[in-house]
Design a protein around this ligand. Structure first.
Ligand SMILES: *Cc1c(COP(=O)(O)O)cnc(C)c1O
Length: 218
């Protein structure tokens, strides 16, 4: 997106999306598509949480948006970037390895809300631990006081098959419920659903949807 920000356009899109969601899930805007001007418009229209994929972009935008905007990190986080980014965010959606947990433990000042990314669909291109690894991973994370695991995140498979997408989301919900039954009772959040499938995700229990193109594209 270049040039003047179309304020009416962003306002209309936000209103439509929030109307459809109707309070059922929190919206994290995927801010990789936009700069500070668009983020300022989102905030003016009630979307206060931004999700970035890249550390450089996060640091570049953060100082130029209104007070009260909160930053989530939704992309894959390289261990060597943890130091400069980890105290700038309020939630990490992509915790997927103990080596990352170790870096966070080293550099983060306060406990951080983290979502464990799970590759429910099994697609080779997707980040995340396998469903089978989840119980062991959660147990191991209990040894990291700076990491407060508040839920799970997944990316739906790249397919037009709505039922396959729904099955992925239902799978993540089931993993959370099983984990809670096993004693990880603090797992509340399900970060799942993007522009093409967020209403399906909400039907399957999403508490957070990560939305980009539906807010910014025609
Ligand atoms: C870009 C992105 C989104 C949003 O994608 P859209 O399909 O544009 O809504 C959500 N999650 C992650 C991790 C992303 O990188």
């Amino acid at each position: 997106m270049t040039g003047e920000v179309d304020k009416m356009d962003i306002a209309n899109k936000v209103r439509q999306v929030l109307g459809k969601i109707n309070g059922r899930a929190k919206v994290v805007a995927a801010s990789k598509y936009v700069d500070a001007a668009e983020i300022t418009e989102l905030a003016a229209n009630g979307i206060m949480a931004m999700g970035e994929n890249r550390v450089d972009a996060l640091l570049g935008k953060k100082g130029r948006v209104p007070v009260g905007v909160e930053w989530h990190f939704i992309g894959s986080l390289q261990s060597r970037k943890v130091k400069e980014a980890i105290n700038e965010i309020s939630c990490l959606h992509s915790l997927d390895r103990l080596s990352l947990a170790k870096e966070i433990e080293k550099h983060r000042q306060e406990p951080l809300d983290c979502l464990v990314q799970v590759n429910v669909s099994g697609e080779a291109s997707k980040q995340g631990i396998t469903p089978e690894e989840l119980p062991g991973f959660l147990s191991a994370l209990a040894g990291y006081p700076k990491i407060r695991v508040t839920g799970l995140m997944t990316m739906a498979p790249n397919t037009d098959d709505k039922e396959a997408v729904r099955a992925c989301f239902a799978g993540l919900r089931k993993l959370r419920d099983v984990a809670n039954a096993q004693g990880f009772s603090q797992l509340k959040e399900l970060s799942m659903g993007m522009s093409n499938d967020y209403l399906i995700a909400i039907e399957e229990g999403a508490t957070i949807v990560r939305l980009g193109s539906v807010l910014f594209e025609d």
